[in-house]
Design a protein around this ligand. Structure first.
Ligand SMILES: Nc1ncnc2c1ncn2[C@@H]1O[C@H](COP(=O)(O)OP(=O)(O)O)[C@@H](O)[C@H]1O
Ligand SMILES: [Mg+2]
Length: 354
């Protein structure tokens, strides 16, 4: 009676239960196993060797894991995620637990419990898709907002141009046209930034000097900096080692940080200072720092600055600069740190592994 009950217990278990003897011959193959594999019990017991239940080489590896003690102790394997090979050649994801059965100190069989993960995997995929869709929704809303601001500027420009034509006012024509051109630049900048944020192309690494990149960026912005009455200080470590980076990527990062630093001052500022420094911190990597004595940020703001499309600059900002910077730094295996205090200033540090 009891024997029969045990037999039924094994046969009707929801999970697949399969046992094989020391030669790899299948000796137990329950209904759950039939559902996963598509073999009938009779077929499995008469024709199938345990190695045929897995993709090539997998059975041997599992055996090793059961005998070793890293996966649940010697003679046991607990919750191992694996793909099994069904009768039709399909690969099915399984959570496998297995033990060795001894009788009078002698090993007689190995028994495995196979949990079918197909439904769980499907739900996980569904969740991933819906999370992705939510991100797409947010991004689209952000882009639409940016485009709306730009359109607004263009419409205003067009209106001024119309007025210039109608009333024969060259001054109005020029102002209107300047506004249109400025907004063309904004669209083009935003498009470029979106593309670089969406790009999956790997960085083009080469050995180069970070100090040279810093100098290039500062040169590029020198005019804007002096026009705004800001003083720029460079503190470059002359002993900085050559590093393997994507020079264009690092250039973009520094350009974004220094531009933000400049924009941290009102247009009619005086006495503002931006400091760009490089330091070799040995084991702790190479540090590139952009510091400003500008408006600074509140703690709430600080938490959101790296977010995609987050800007406090209205139509003038895209909110993509820091998101791109972070993406590039991460692609280099580096990190980005930010400290800030309202009215005191902000300090961004890019840390690149050496
Ligand atoms: N140096 C800085 N000082 C003050 N605020 C900053 C600084 N850098 C970034 N921020 C804040 O982070 C936001 C996001 O920056 P960013 O991603 O470059 O987008 P954008 O410059 O287009 O607004 C800015 O709108 C600003 O509020
Ligand atoms: Mg910016």
């Amino acid at each position: 009676k009891r024997h029969e009950l045990e037999h039924n217990l094994i046969q009707t278990s929801m999970d697949g239960i399969i046992a094989n003897d020391r030669q790899g011959k299948i000796i137990i193959f329950n209904e759950g196993a039939e559902r996963i594999y598509g073999y009938t019990r009779e077929e499995a017991l008469s024709k199938i060797h345990v190695t045929q239940l897995y993709p090539e080489g997998q059975a041997k590896q599992i055996k090793k894991m059961i005998y070793g003690d890293e996966y649940g102790g010697p003679g046991r394997l607990i919750n191992y995620s694996v793909e099994v090979l069904t009768q039709t050649g399909e690969l099915v994801p399984i959570l496998l637990s297995a033990t060795i059965i001894d009788e009078k100190g002698e090993e007689v069989a190995t028994v495995g419990h196979f949990k079918d993960m197909r439904e769980i995997k499907r739900l996980e995929d569904e969740l991933l898709t819906s999370e992705r869709m939510a991100t797409v929704g947010q991004t689209t809303a952000g882009i639409a907002h940016g485009v709306k601001n730009i359109l607004h500027g263009m419409k205003l420009g067009a209106f001024m141009i119309d007025t210039g034509f109608d009333k024969d006012k060259p001054e109005s024509l020029r102002k209107g046209w300047n506004l249109v051109r400025k907004n063309i630049n904004r669209v083009s900048k935003m498009t470029k930034e979106m593309l670089s944020l969406a790009s999956t192309a790997p960085p083009a690494f080469e050995v180069c000097s970070l100090n040279e990149i810093v100098e290039e960026v500062c040169e590029l912005l020198a005019e804007e900096i002096s026009r705004r009455g800001i003083s720029l200080v460079l503190e470059l470590d002359p002993s900085l080692p050559q590093v393997t980076v994507d020079p264009d990527g690092i250039h973009t990062c520094l350009l974004n940080l220094v531009t933000n630093a400049i924009e941290a001052f009102p247009e009619d500022t005086s006495g503002g200072q931006v400091t760009v420094s490089s330091r070799d911190e040995g084991e702790a990597g190479v540090h590139l720092q952009v510091r400003d004595s500008g408006e600074g940020m509140s703690e709430e703001l600080l938490e959101r600055v790296l977010e995609n499309l987050f800007t406090t600059k209205g139509a003038r900002g895209t909110g993509l600069g820091l998101a791109i910077t972070q993406k590039i730094v991460h692609e280099h295996g580096g990190t980005i740190q930010v400290e800030s205090e309202p009215k005191k200033g902000t300090c961004f540090t890019i840390i690149l592994p050496e």
